[in-house]
Design a protein around this ligand. Structure first.
Ligand SMILES: Cc1cc2nc3c(=O)[nH]c(=O)nc-3n(C[C@H](O)[C@H](O)[C@H](O)COP(=O)(O)OP(=O)(O)OC[C@H]3O[C@@H](n4cnc5c(N)ncnc54)[C@H](O)[C@@H]3O)c2cc1C
Length: 431
């Protein structure tokens, strides 16, 4: 094993290099991959990277859609060794950024707990829990960041600080939505929920009229009790089809079947399966090594309702053939109980996250997305693969962005953490 100041390091030509160079959505050729095991080693890794100059990437699970957790010729700080999942008592858990959400779900399940994250168990804790976390327990539990009670952070100057409502509250506000801008989180304290067993249903629908179907889908989701979180995946093509994962966050089978029944009445139901299961089985998990295998581009936005404008725009996008898939994740419920200025993620009135996916990135996809984007309100950064200043401004409304820029100036005056939707005036328009 090679080390720099006792920190494990992998370089080109090393036996493990193929295992650590790429991420899920991009290939990379970093000059140095550091694998710290402790917060202190993380701080020293950062000091090493700053000394080197050149590109820096911070990586937790490597599943980021914006492909910035690797680089060419630079330093990667890979947090996979910081992957503990510990029970602190009651519903409080301590989770390392390098853990994957499947590991978290299984660990918590053993303690009778469950924490909302997303639909993929392969996603890392660090990237998701610094941006939002729109998950399949979300309408009951809120965003993943809403369950955060504290975070330990290595700041740009190498200090180890704890952020909580009492300690550095400005950092605690910023880490819940814009964490990548202000430091490297080395552990998260979360308050989980008490629903280790849930009802899970999958539905398949044939879509004769995509716009009408999406409107009805939106109505059913909004009318559902907040135990219900529902994700819809719509494939484009001559005969668009939709598949849905719907979770009822309780082990009450009778209440679950009543809550799920409206989803069976949507036209045209082509198949369904439902049952009680451990929540740990819900996030889809492959465990596949990263080789840059997911080359698709994604655009993202949020919607209050799947009204005529949004549904019509999405139906046109699907018909255009410029996007292969549209994903609609429920937000709302407990997510919207939180005040818009309580966290750096400010979107607390929208009921849906809307994402378009294309395996042919480029202007044709961007142009086809533009009319849909015009119907949406706000943006969730975790589903956006481009890095335009306009995306930063859509993600952070003016008052949020101004507050973030003040915090950034205080904690990262040299803009060390500029890679991930930089909120400094260099990355977004100054206000
Ligand atoms: C298949 C798939 C399904 C998904 N489904 C959902 C979903 O249902 N809901 C949802 O909300 N999101 C979802 N996402 C998006 C996901 O939340 C983001 O891509 C997230 O950034 C991935 O986290 P990661 O740690 O694996 O990423 P990484 O690629 O490791 O990190 C991405 C970036 O986040 C920042 N970062 C990472 N770790 C830290 C840290 N410890 N401290 C500070 N900054 C850090 C860095 O800038 C880094 O470059 C999905 C993504 C994929 C690929």
């Amino acid at each position: 094993m090679h080390t720099i100041e006792d920190i494990e390091v992998v370089r080109p030509g090393g036996t493990d290099y193929e295992r650590v160079r790429h991420v899920y959505s991009a290939k990379g050729s970093p000059a140095t991959v550091l694998l710290p095991r402790t917060p202190g080693e993380t701080a020293r890794s950062l000091a090493f990277a700053r000394n080197q100059g050149g590109p820096l990437a911070v990586r937790s699970g490597g599943h980021g859609i914006s492909s910035i957790a690797t680089n060419d010729g630079g330093v990667v700080i890979d947090l996979r060794r910081l992957n503990g999942v510990d029970h602190l008592g009651g519903a409080t858990v301590l989770v390392g950024p390098g853990a994957r959400w499947s590991q978290v779900a299984h660990g918590l399940g053993d303690w009778g707990l469950a924490l909302t994250s997303g639909d993929s168990g392969d996603v890392g804790v660090g990237g998701l829990a610094t941006t939002g976390g729109i998950g399949l327990l979300g309408r009951l539990q809120g965003l993943t960041i809403d369950r955060m009670r504290a975070a330990d952070i290595v700041t740009a100057d190498g200090r180890l600080v704890r952020a909580s409502p009492e300690e550095h509250p400005d950092l605690f506000w910023a880490v819940r939505g814009a964490g990548a801008n202000i430091g490297i989180v080395t552990s998260f304290e979360f308050e989980a929920g008490m629903t280790p067993v849930v009802a899970q249903a999958t539905f398949a629908y044939e879509m004769t009229d995509a716009a009408a179907f999406l409107r009805s889908w939106g109505d059913v989701v909004e009318a559902a009790p907040r135990e219900v979180s529902a994700f819809l995946y719509v494939g484009a093509g001559a005969r668009p089809f939709a598949q849905a994962t719907v979770v009822f966050a309780s082990d009450d089978a009778n209440a679950a079947s009543a809550a799920l029944e409206p989803f069976t009445r949507l036209r045209r139901l082509a198949g369904q399966r439902a049952g009680m299961t451990a929540y740990a089985n819900v996030p889809l998990t492959s465990g596949a090594p990263h080789s840059g295998q997911q080359g698709a581009a994604m655009h993202s936005g949020l919607a209050d309702h799947l009204d005529e404008a949004v549904s019509g725009g999405l139906a046109e996008l699907l018909a255009s053939g410029r996007a292969e898939m549209v994903q609609i994740r429920s937000a709302g419920g407990a997510i919207n109980d939180v005040a818009a200025d309580a966290t750096a993620y400010a979107h607390r009135h929208q009921n849906f996250s809307v994402t378009a996916v294309s395996t042919r990135p480029g202007p044709a996809f961007d142009d086809a997305w533009a009319p849909v984007r015009a119907t949406l309100d706000g943006l969730y950064l975790s589903f956006e693969s481009t890095h335009r200043a306009a995306d930063v401004e859509a993600a952070f409304p003016p008052a949020t962005l101004a507050r973030l820029q003040r915090i950034k100036k205080r904690w990262d005056p040299d803009d060390v953490f500029s890679q991930n939707f930089d909120v400094s005036p260099a990355g977004a328009s100054p206000r």
